[in-house]
Design a protein around this ligand. Structure first.
Ligand code: C5P
Length: 415
């Protein structure tokens, strides 16, 4: 669970579009992440979904009437003022064309708009409407105006719309809204202004058009690191080979297949990289040549000749030189089956890393394709720490805390 939402107060404004039903899933996701969610519905939203649905999910009363009194910690308060003051984040999903217009014009004619006008914090809007309404200059002007005030948007996406037509205007999926909400909340965190490049997934080295040399990596660890860095305010680029898990939202993604492509992507990003984390399982060998047509079955053995791929971290390590100035921090992983400590320390040295995370991939609860990891951390200073069994999310958060400390941002205060 992302700790960024833990204990946060989120206002979820729901306006009247068919996508309102999807906001139930968003409310659920936010609540499960331990946020306290107060749902505010417009009159037309209540025609699509009954307030009791949100009430059951959030275990909080749903608000829709400006004149209804609001009880907060035993006190009777003016609803919209109390709600706006207490909130850490205001999401409106779906945000219809009409609601966008009302927000952009500062209108206060219902509970959603009056609370928005009383609110000062980060705001995230997920528009949903027919393509022509979205593209109308009125809507676009309202969006530009809201953006100018620092309001964030997620979507709309292309896809099937309520009318049955296909086009731009479909509300972003709840999971994506959730991820971007984490990013918005993390903004201004201790990694603000820090560009973190993370490699993830297992590269695929083609044998022929349908076959490849690959490995068991799912990308879970790299994806968890990307989320953890994002939630600390970093600008994250995830350079990933195919993933078996959903990629994170709110981060820039560069999709690659082979070790060579991953190498080139990392090299391109390097001048702008502050922290590089190599969590990908990069193939060490690739077929010397890949056939252009599918290799046919033949009797007897088939031999595939392999050659070495570029070692990304080692190449970066060489460019860094003995002073290791740029990138400011390079973190590697060592997935080992034997000689754990010796192998990890050798890689720390040879790849010129600041920190290496060792995991024993023979243990059933650690390494590939499981949700947990038992790791040991080795720092160049000679510091060694054995961490207990944790989820990959917890390991990622702990690694990112170490990054924060190493960048000297531990005493950083949220503005
Ligand atoms: O040498 P080994 O593959 O065990 O090293 C693991 C570390 O090096 C990981 O951080 C991995 O992402 C990185 N690596 C790399 N390029 C390679 C091989 C590994 O960046 N070709």
């Amino acid at each position: 669970m992302p700790p960024i939402l833990n204990g946060k107060r989120v206002l979820l404004g729901v306006s009247g579009g068919i996508a309102a039903y999807k906001s139930v899933a968003l409310a659920s996701r936010l609540t499960q992440a331990n946020a306290q969610v107060d749902v505010i519905m417009t009159a037309s939203a209540m025609k699509f979904v009954a307030p009791v649905t949100f009430q059951a999910i959030t275990q909080r009363p749903v608000v829709h009437d400006i004149f209804e009194s609001w009880h907060d910690a035993g006190r009777l308060r003016i609803g919209h003022v109390a709600l706006a003051q207490a909130a850490d984040l205001f999401i409106v999903a779906p945000a219809t064309a009409h609601t966008l217009a009302r927000l952009a014009l500062g209108m206060a004619d219902d509970m959603l708009s009056i609370t928005a006008l009383s609110y000062k914090g980060p705001m995230l809007l997920a528009p949903a409407m027919e393509t022509r309404m979205w593209q109308h200059p009125a809507t676009q002007e309202h969006v530009a105006r809201l953006r100018g005030w620092g309001v964030d948007f997620v979507g709309p996406a292309q896809g099937r719309l309520a009318s049955g037509e296909y086009g731009e205007g479909r509300m972003a999926e709840p999971e994506e809204i959730f991820e971007v909400a984490c990013k918005v909340l993390g903004r201004g965190g201790p990694l603000e202004g820090v560009r973190v490049v993370i490699t993830a997934g297992g590269t695929r080295e083609p044998i022929d058009p349908v076959r490849f040399v690959g490995n068991h990596s799912t990308g879970k660890m790299g994806v968890a690191l990307a989320r953890a860095a994002r939630d600390l305010g970093a600008e994250v680029v995830l350079v990933h080979a195919p993933l078996a898990v959903h990629p994170p939202g709110g981060v820039e993604r560069v999709s690659v297949q082979t070790a060579q492509e991953m190498f080139e992507a990392v090299m391109r990003l390097l001048p702008e990289t502050d922290v590089l984390i190599g969590a990908a399982a990069v193939a060490d060998y690739r077929p010397v040549s890949s056939e252009t047509t599918k290799i046919k079955k033949m009797p007897g053995q088939q031999i595939i000749r392999l050659e070495r791929t570029p070692d990304i971290l080692a190449a970066v390590g060489e460019m860094r030189g003995p002073e290791r100035r740029h990138p400011r921090l390079v973190v590697g992983f060592a997935a080992e089956t034997d000689n754990w400590e010796q192998n990890a320390l050798e890689k720390l040295e040879r790849k010129n890393l600041d920190l290496i995370v060792l995991n024993d991939v023979t243990a059933p609860d650690s390494g590939f394709a499981v949700d947990t990891n038992r790791v040991t951390l080795f720092e160049r200073s000679g510091n060694r720490e054995d961490w207990p069994l944790m989820t990959k999310e917890e390991v990622a958060q702990a690694i990112m805390q170490r990054v924060v400390a190493r960048l000297g941002r531990l005493d950083w205060k949220k503005r």
